[in-house]
Design a binder for this molecule. Structure first.
Ligand SMILES: [Ca+2]
Ligand SMILES: [Ca+2]
Length: 246
């Protein structure tokens, strides 16, 4: 194969760094909130769909749209003692720069509140946090200031290697590893996540003051391993070509 053929359309042909076995769940928003790989189908509320970069995408109205996903062991990344690696990757657009955007969380308000992890944006501050043993006050987190542009599509991916350390957290935006520009912090003494009974949620955070995504979300991949910049570049190029990862 010639070099040109090997890199047709910018994608290295015949090399798929993300095989099906690396996926836990994949939400493609083709007129539903189903998991096209695993069994973690979502239940959408107030969600509509429109044409996006890769088939359809979910449209979140900022006031009531959300997806609930039942608790399942496959969405918790702990064996009870040690954390396991995982990554969350998604396409997102923003209709407004005010308020907060909830990409994918596994925590929920209630009595008591319960916490595992969350990938969200508070205004321009992207935030990925892992909570120790269901304790909101003990955690490791990574934040990054993204000066968002309304309507622009971003490929956002967070990665964790399971090491229980800040060094194990990474953030990729489009084709760049921005980890070195993130702000990381440990609060308390983090010793690992819990497997709780919390729902997983897309587009919504249900505490006393709920937060709703206002914009679109698409192609949420939950992977069972940490990812590299090579993975991110592959995902980006596939999506730019309008192709699903599967
Ligand atoms: Ca899609
Ligand atoms: Ca659970």
């Amino acid at each position: 194969m010639s070099l040109a053929a090997a890199y047709m359309f910018g994608i290295k042909q015949g090399v798929n760094p993300i095989p099906l076995s690396d996926f836990v769940s994949y939400y493609e928003f083709n007129n539903n909130a189903n998991d096209t790989i695993g069994t973690n189908n979502g239940t959408p509320t107030g969600l509509t769909y429109e044409s996006g970069l890769v088939g359809n995408r979910g449209v979140f109205n900022g006031t009531s749209s959300k997806i609930d996903i039942a608790d399942n062991n496959s969405l918790s990344f702990t064996d009870g003692v040690n954390d396991k690696p995982f990554a969350i990757s998604l396409l997102v657009t923003f209709d407004t720069l005010s308020g907060s955007s909830m990409f994918f969380t596994k925590y929920q308000g209630g009595t008591p509140d319960i916490f595992e992890y969350g990938f969200v944006s508070f205004g321009n501050s992207l935030n990925f946090t892992l909570f120790k043993s269901n304790d909101v006050n003990t955690r490791i987190q990574m934040t990054f200031t993204l000066n968002r542009v309304v309507g622009q599509t971003y490929l956002l991916s967070v990665s964790y290697d399971g090491s229980k350390t800040l060094a194990g957290l990474k953030l990729f935006i489009d084709q760049t590893d921005v980890t070195a520009s993130t702000s990381k912090a440990q609060v308390g003494t983090y010793t690992g996540m819990s497997n709780t009974v919390s729902l997983a949620r897309i587009g919504y955070r249900g505490f006393a003051t709920p937060n709703y995504q206002d914009g679109t979300i698409d192609q949420i991949a939950i992977l069972n391993r940490a990812i590299t910049l090579t993975d991110q570049e592959y995902i980006y190029q596939k999506y730019q070509a309008g192709q699903s990862l599967i």
